[in-house]
Design a protein around this ligand. Structure first.
Ligand code: ATP
Ligand code: MG
Length: 414
């Protein structure tokens, strides 16, 4: 990406009505555009971050046998009536709309019902199971408050996977495989060290716990109690003596923390499959219930959490795996332009994503933008340094700077 040709520009200020730090920084750095409260558009840099997060999630879901699909946002009312989730008294954050002929529709806020419906033609026999299906898609929820930037959108991106098993045992095996895959996802996203599997409320249809994945941050809306040794936590909403006993945790080992829910996995039993008529026939020719699980990750929320959590007083600081580029080249001076052009071409040819600041700007403005955008490594190519055949290499995270020859620089970036 050549900055001279990029249509977005950085800005010193964010919209006055934007109070969330993650959104303020992402707007100022040109990653997102605010349409209205809780509704954001992704610009080129922001879309790259989203794509990188999606790709990590996709790889880990595929690795545990997930099959990717894309459900529809428009939903027929009848489907949701079968599970008693259409009524606004049951689910209070629907966006609903009406066709010209008067037919009511819902705008997808979750996809248990549609996924089950789409499996009905294909799942009949024990031979058709187990199966796991997922999508990465926009969800719509009429949230009461949307003041936390990407952390709580009215339109947001979610990965949701649904597992279908023949027995409780088979379900539990899938469930634990998915839980382990979730931890790998958060590790690869750079938030593994601060993310805990957390026992939480299972929803109104099971007396089991669900498992949330909670990332520590002061701006989190949730309170959790962390057992650092066991790397496990309990959400305040289910925190009591009975819970601790069930989980084999001791109150003394727990520390209270603020956190944000970056994922949530649920055992669903056969509530949805039974209600929608998805059954299988076992080896003995008998009809059996299908045991389901559902597994969500807030893709756009994760982007907001990472923006918020790692930012410093100069701007964003992306972990390498999801940064929109690995390197930011600052070109200073006319002789340096030729060398910077070559370096940019060389890095791109090697598959090292690079933002090339080839604009006609003061050096100070270029440095400030590199910092605001949070690109992991800055390489300065200047007339002065070139006289010594050197490049300046700076880590965004640590601020450490070193002078390197061309070969040492490439070795470092490889
Ligand atoms: P919350 O309690 O924060 O409202 P939830 O429990 O209703 O979330 P789930 O239905 O469990 O959310 O959704 C799965 C994941 O999707 C959540 O773990 C979260 O990461 C993400 N998510 C949920 N709601 C939003 C939202 N409004 N904006 C962004 N991400 C969201
Ligand atoms: Mg949840």
């Amino acid at each position: 990406m050549r900055l001279s040709q990029n249509f977005t520009k950085t800005s010193k200020t964010a919209p006055a009505d934007e109070i969330a730090r993650n959104a303020q920084l992402l707007i100022r750095a040109g990653y997102i555009h605010k349409m209205m409260a809780g509704v954001y558009a992704y610009l080129p840099l922001g879309l790259r971050v989203i794509e990188n997060i999606r790709q990590i999630v996709r790889e880990e879901m595929n690795a545990v046998g997930g099959q990717e699909v894309q459900m529809t946002a428009l939903q027929p009312r009848e489907l949701w009536e079968k599970t008693d989730r259409w009524d606004d008294n049951k689910v209070d954050n629907w966006f609903k709309t009406t066709l010209k002929n008067g037919t009511e529709l819902g705008v997808g806020l979750s996809h248990e019902e549609p996924i089950v419906d789409s499996l009905i033609p294909f799942v009949n026999s024990y031979k058709d199971l187990p199966v796991s299906v997922y999508q990465i898609q926009t969800k719509f929820r009429n949230e009461l408050r949307a003041k936390s930037g990407l952390l709580r959108g009215r339109e947001f991106m979610m990965k949701d996977l649904y597992s279908f098993a023949r027995t409780q045992e088979e379900h539990t095996k899938l469930y634990e495989e998915l839980a382990a895959a979730y931890l790998r996802v958060y590790d690869r996203l750079g938030i593994g060290a601060d993310t805990y599997r957390t026992a939480a409320d299972g929803g109104y249809f099971t007396d089991k716990f669900s498992d949330e994945f909670q990332t520590l941050t002061e701006v989190g809306e949730d309170t959790i109690y962390v057992d650092e040794q066991k790397r496990f936590a309990v959400n305040k909403e289910v925190m009591n003596d009975e819970t601790l006993q069930k989980l084999g945790l001791s109150r003394d080992a727990l520390v209270e923390k603020r956190a944000v829910e970056v994922g949530n996995i649920f055992p669903l039993e056969s509530k949805y499959s039974d209600a929608l008529g998805l059954y299988y026939v076992d080896e003995n020719g008998e009809r059996q219930s299908v045991i389901m699980g559902c597994y969500g990750i807030g893709i756009s929320r994760v982007m907001g959490v990472i923006a918020e959590k790692f930012a410093d007083d100069k701007g964003l600081v992306w972990p390498e795996n999801i940064a929109p580029a690995k390197v930011y080249i600052v070109q200073i001076g006319e002789a340096a332009r030729v060398v910077a052009d070559e370096l940019y071409a060389e890095l791109m040819a090697k598959g090292i994503e690079t933002i090339y600041d080839d604009r006609d700007e003061r050096p100070g403005a270029k440095f400030a933008d590199a910092e605001l955008m949070g690109i992991p490594y800055r390489v300065t190519v200047s007339d002065r340094l070139l006289a010594q055949q050197q490049f300046e290499f700076t880590s965004r995270k640590t601020g450490e700077t070193e002078l390197l020859t061309h070969d040492a620089l490439l070795a470092k970036l490889n």
